[in-house]
Design a protein around this ligand. Structure first.
Ligand SMILES: Cc1cc2nc3c(=O)[nH]c(=O)nc-3n(C[C@H](O)[C@H](O)[C@H](O)COP(=O)(O)OP(=O)(O)OC[C@H]3O[C@@H](n4cnc5c(N)ncnc54)[C@H](O)[C@@H]3O)c2cc1C
Length: 437
């Protein structure tokens, strides 16, 4: 299943959808910022970013507090596209429809305000968010901007080279048109060496690069590609679900996938298509080049990122910013020890920790009493015919004395199965339902 005309129409037609900045009609005129909404009545929570964390926060705050809270969700995209299951789509095993959701239905159903605009700045002293549609004041802010790519780690501030790399070898770790570009590359690849660079941890979705490798190999196998996929991993081994991925590469894609551990990037030359690593130098014909990740741009603009780590320091039980008690940082941009940066975790910690803590605060209660322990489940599709997947599930507890989550139980199923492939789709449907309907 390649990219269907319907898929392309959907992506192109929604245009700006996928990653582009919304430009207001008066973009050329200098204008005094105006209000996008009337002033707050003292109960306004503004959520920036309608991804996995932001969508969860908007619905569940309204579900818990109803009219007692004025929830405003600001998102720059015109449509939601899910990164989870995007590798499965890359493998041609599901239509893009499955990944797409609209912002309007849940806003209308649960009674929150949806503003389709780009947030350009945040003034934390004034408790004000500036957007391309005017400014909005908040009493509390939930910042959920996801990640940004740190090309500077590779190109030392050479923006032109970073742009060249992003254009010719898009990462597709942020939902959008990059995914379509990557699928075209994979579908059209006929022979030679295709390289996939695994970003260094912590990065968005620890198993995603390995699942992507399996799905690319599956397409290459179907298309009888004369060549191979080289996976360059800075780590010493595949983690998580290492045995499951390794077995898939060896049993299903022997000769098609070469996994190279300890391949820390020394130099990336996208023009001459060479990557120098601590495990040797690699020439490639085409590639999926994934630079290191950091908290999304907006978190930097708001001055909430720890420059030493690239992520936002937060209270480990409530995810309240350590730098501003009026701000919670939800989703991948936050840093909680032991939490992977996954959609499942973004959904789980937002629902059980961020929302519970904020509801308690708004009711004048103790937020630490209110928070609940999250879980994290992550399926990875490794085969397309038959569809087969592996899974990891971690159950957390809360150490309220140490004010930190603790891992209580970990289950990993490395034996791929069709049952787990079916569960993959069921998991996604359940999560989409909990955010969008
Ligand atoms: C290929 C791939 C596969 C994955 N598979 C899985 C999986 O199987 N299971 C799983 O649990 N996780 C998976 N993940 C991880 C998952 O996608 C992320 O962990 C999750 O999206 C994090 O949610 P978030 O809300 O923090 O960020 P996002 O979902 O990225 O949302 C951030 C939102 O903020 C918006 N935004 C940013 N800046 C602005 C601004 N200035 N103004 C307005 N809006 C703004 C963005 O447009 C975006 O909608 C996968 C990721 C990838 C890349």
């Amino acid at each position: 299943m390649g990219i269907s005309r319907r898929d392309l129409f959907k992506v192109a037609g929604l245009g700006a959808v996928l990653g582009a900045v919304h430009i207001p009609s008066t973009a050329c005129a200098v204008k005094t910022p105006s209000r996008a909404l009337p002033p707050s009545k003292g109960n306004r929570v503004v959520i920036v970013g309608g991804g996995w964390a932001g969508m969860t926060a908007a619905k569940h705050l309204k579900k818990e507090l109803g009219d007692k809270v004025d929830v405003v969700l600001i998102e720059k995209r015109k449509i939601f596209m899910s990164c989870p299951i995007s590798n499965v789509w890359l493998g041609g095993l599901v239509e893009m429809d499955f990944l797409m959701h609209d912002f309007h239905t849940p806003a209308s159903k649960y009674g929150y305000t949806f503003i389709n605009a780009t947030v350009t700045d945040i003034d934390r002293d004034k408790r004000r968010v500036y957007t391309t549609e005017g400014y909005v004041d908040y009493d509390y802010l939930i910042l959920a901007p996801g990640i940004r790519y740190n090309y500077d780690a590779w190109f030392k501030g050479d923006k032109q080279m970073a742009r060249y790399c992003a254009t010719h070898f898009p990462s597709a770790f942020i939902p959008g048109a990059e995914h379509v570009a990557l699928k075209r590359k994979v579908d059209n690849f006929e022979e030679g060496t295709f390289v996939l660079v695994v970003p260094p941890p912590p990065h968005r979705c620890p198993p995603a690069p390995y699942e992507r490798a399996a799905m690319i190999a599956y397409v290459f196998k179907q298309n009888e590609v004369k060549g191979k996929l080289i996976v360059l991993d800075p780590k010493e081994d595949i983690k998580p679900k290492g045995p499951g991925f390794r077995r898939a590469y060896e049993e299903l894609y022997l000769g098609l996938v070469e996994y190279v551990p300890n391949a820390k990037i020394k130099e990336v030359d996208p023009v001459n298509k060479v990557i120098k690593t601590t495990a040797g130098d690699f020439k490639f014909d085409d590639a999926n080049l994934n630079p290191p990740h950091q908290a999304g741009d907006l978190a930097w603009k708001a001055g909430l990122v720890n420059p030493k780590t690239g992520w936002c320091d937060v209270d480990q039980l409530t995810l309240r910013s350590k730098l501003d008690p009026r701000v919670f940082v939800a989703g991948d941009a936050s840093s909680v020890k032991g939490f992977p940066k996954s959609g499942d975790m973004a959904h789980n910690h937002t629902k059980n920790m961020v929302v519970k803590a904020l509801v308690a605060l708004l009711k004048g209660k103790d937020p630490y009493e209110a928070v609940k322990a999250p879980t994290n489940t992550c399926y990875s599709m490794v085969n397309g015919d038959p569809k087969e997947a592996i899974v990891i599930n971690v159950i957390y507890g809360l150490d309220k004395k140490k004010k930190a989550p603790v891992k209580k139980k970990k289950n990993v199923v490395n034996d791929r199965s069709s049952q787990l492939a079916r569960s993959t789709f069921e998991w996604a449907k359940a999560l989409y339902r909990d955010m969008f309907s």
